[in-house]
Write a protein that binds this ligand. Structure first.
Ligand code: G3H
Ligand code: 13P
Ligand code: ZN
Length: 318
């Protein structure tokens, strides 16, 4: 069942986080649905601009619609990840998305406000919610002095002003994470104080954590043992920090890289062990199962596991 992002946020806020997973193809979609159902977790399926161009945007929409039919017990929302203004309008007009992200964080504060406000007005007129971003999502490295490191983090006062001026529904805030497999040098903690300060100024605002992959050490070493050349220092978010962050207001946790690592490990190991193989379905099947396991595990860490029926009750009552 496709529900709205707003409905998922209402149930989850302050209690657990909704996993938002990027998909690009049928195998990822199958693994995602299987893992979410196994762990009885609601989720968000998100599509980036790159994913829309990889096959064709309508192909992904059809895959998602079909998955909803194949797994009728699943409860999920569909979201545009890191949209520009034109892509946001395309998704708003398509009628398929329940929320869009406008990412104008690279612009000046004023320009970011102006673009975001235009998208919010157009989205809200159709009942679609908007995630916006403020602050540079950068790696905060261990050896950077605190002040310098904090320059990457979202300024809570600016964030509150931004939300007031734009009317956005959720906010991607920089709390120390970055995209990809190389987030930190050494293990680092999330900047919980930034979440707390934003929530103090804008109580009840769902905060979105981008760059949330955990980059498991074991995954990186298996990829390298099968011929990969990833930096063994690759490091992600401590998955035991998802739930504490969720209790403070992080309601959506974006994960893409971890899924790519599962895909790379499965395929590298398969072709290493079966050098004569050329049928892509056997490794594809292994990937679906391994990705499902990863999703089920992550649902536990996000605290979303086991909340499916509560969400069903909430959305069917309204
Ligand atoms: O944050 C970006 C996501 O990982 C999507 O990546 O633009 O390569 O599809 P992509
Ligand atoms: P990761 O690269 O940590 O998976 O982050 C994905 C993301 O933020 C998608 O918007
Ligand atoms: Zn992101």
């Amino acid at each position: 069942m496709i529900v709205t992002t707003a409905q998922l946020f209402k149930v989850a806020f302050g209690k657990f986080a909704i996993g938002a997973y990027n998909i690009n193809n049928a195998e990822q979609t199958m693994g995602l649905f299987k893992g979410a159902i196994k762990s009885k977790a609601p989720f968000i399926i998100q599509i980036s601009k790159g994913a829309r161009g990889y096959t064709e945007k309508r192909m992904l929409e059809a895959i998602i619609r079909s998955a909803g039919e194949i797994f009728p017990e699943a409860i999920f929302a569909v979201h545009l990840d890191h949209g520009d203004e034109a892509t946001c309008y395309d998704c708003i007009d398509s009628g398929f998305y329940s929320s869009v992200m406008i990412d104008a964080s690279h612009e000046s504060f004023e320009e970011n406000v102006a673009i975001t406000k235009r998208v919010v007005d157009r989205a809200h007129a159709k009942g679609i919610s908007v995630e916006a971003e403020i602050g540079m999502l950068g790696g905060v490295e261990e050896d950077i002095a605190v002040d310098e490191g904090n320059a990457c983090l979202t300024n809570p006062v600016e964030a509150a002003e931004f939300v007031k001026l734009t009317g956005c529904d959720s906010l991607a805030a920089a709390i120390g994470t970055s995209h990809g497999a190389y987030k930190f040098k050494g293990q680092q903690s999330l900047h919980f104080e930034v979440i707390e300060q934003i929530e103090k100024l804008v109580p009840g605002l769902p905060i979105v954590m981008h760059g949330s992959s955990s980059v498991p050490k074991d995954e990186v070493s298996r990829i390298n043992a099968a011929g990969g050349t990833l930096d063994p220092e690759a490091c992600g978010v401590n998955e035991n920090e998802y739930l504490p962050a969720a209790k403070l207001g992080v309601t959506k946790v974006n994960i893409d890289t971890d899924g790519r690592l599962v895909w790379t490990r499965v395929h590298r190991e398969f072709f290493r062990d079966n050098p004569g193989a050329f049928d892509f379905r056997p490794p594809g099947k292994i990937f679906i199962e391994e990705y499902a396991k990863f999703i089920a595990h992550t649902s536990e860490k996000l605290g979303s596991a086991g909340h499916l029926e509560e969400v069903r009750e909430f959305v069917t009552k309204k």
